[in-house]
Design a protein around this ligand. Structure first.
Ligand code: ADP
Ligand code: MG
Length: 313
């Protein structure tokens, strides 16, 4: 393609909310064989919603929710924000409205009702840890509990499995090293997700899903959206390894993601596509930015490249 054709294509992309950082990226997209999608915030809306909260010890329900919200108050993860929104609704409205709250609701709350937190740390791909009243609080996935030496009783495990089989994520809470409760978090698929997956397959492109979430939830979501190839329980650095494994035979690989945890994979891919609503770090690491946050633009981007570069052959 001539420099003019590249310029025109870049302009067409921009008019459709597809920002392309350079002619090389535009050229590589035509050859994409695999598109690896992050799950949370990419295939799903990233508007996590708490659907259930269960306390397994004698702890008061209100106290439990305040405890978990306090631990998550500094978290930027959709799950953390959803939990804060849920607890806030529980305290200031009622629990039925809490079920409808999303991370959006966490933005405007006054923090006076939260417990004082010491030594907060976000553990990407696992959860959060902090200390409240001298006690260690852990909020996160099964792996976080196991690695922290927390025993998961069988009836708790059964409850988590039940959540996961219905495509929800189980978030476990330990207070003072005792498994105290579990929250169920749902994150609906983007409306266009299934159609886009089908469209890619028709174009001869294989979609793959990669996620830090657990295998059971990942499989349930992949089935819903129509993706056969799933990689779950992948830590942020591992996502880049997944990209490389698909590049091994010389295939051109696109990665679509929104989070900090996706940026190594976006950088490793041949065609990194960041969701415009995603974190700045992901946007920086990507070759494409999908400003409309619509997955249809993955197809738009590949089409644009194919059209631009087929003309000169
Ligand atoms: P994804 O790859 O799907 O975007 P992440 O790598 O961000 O997922 O997170 C993987 C898992 O780690 C989540 O499904 C959740 O179980 C756990 N997790 C991460 N951050 C948090 C948090 N702030 N609170 C609770 N759990 C978390
Ligand atoms: Mg994500």
């Amino acid at each position: 393609a001539t420099p003019t054709a590249v310029m025109v294509a870049t302009g067409v992309g921009a008019n459709n909310g597809v920002l392309i950082k350079g002619g090389d990226a535009l050229e590589r997209a035509q050859m994409v064989k695999y598109v690896i999608f992050d799950k949370t915030g990419t295939l799903t809306q990233g508007k996590a919603t708490v659907t259930t909260a269960k306390v397994f010890t004698g702890m008061d329900r209100g106290e439990f929710l305040t405890l978990v919200a306090s631990a998550e108050a500094s978290s930027e993860h959709p799950i953390g924000k959803a939990i804060v929104g849920y607890a806030r609704h529980f305290h200031f409205f009622d629990e039925s409205s809490a079920t409808n709250s999303t991370q959006e609701d966490a933005k405007d709350f006054k923090s006076g009702w939260l417990f004082e937190v010491a030594d907060f740390s976000a553990l990407p791909g696992s959860g959060v840890q902090c200390f409240i009243d001298g006690k260690r609080i852990l909020v996160g996935n099964r792996k976080l509990m196991v690695e922290s030496g927390i025993n998961i009783p069988e009836h708790v495990e059964n409850f988590v499995v039940e959540l996961e089989e219905s495509a929800k994520t189980g978030i476990l809470v330990a207070c003072d090293d005792i498994l105290t409760g579990v929250l169920g978090v749902a994150d609906p698929l983007k409306r266009e997700a299934s159609v886009v997956i089908e469209g890619l397959q028709k174009m001869g492109v294989t979609p793959v899903m990669v996620t830090g979430d657990n295998w059971r939830t990942a499989r349930a979501v992949a089935k819903e959206v129509g993706i056969q190839d799933v990689r779950a329980e992948v830590m942020p650095a591992g996502k880049a390894d997944v990209v490389r494994s698909f590049q091994n035979d010389g295939s051109t690989v696109a990665m679509v993601g929104d989070g900090i945890n996706d940026s190594p994979a976006l950088a490793a891919s041949d065609v990194g596509m960041a969701i415009g609503a995603g974190t700045d770090i992901a946007i920086e690491a990507a070759d494409y930015v999908l400003m409309r946050n619509n997955l249809e633009d993955v197809i738009t981007a590949i089409d644009l490249s194919r059209k631009t570069f087929s003309r000169i052959r």
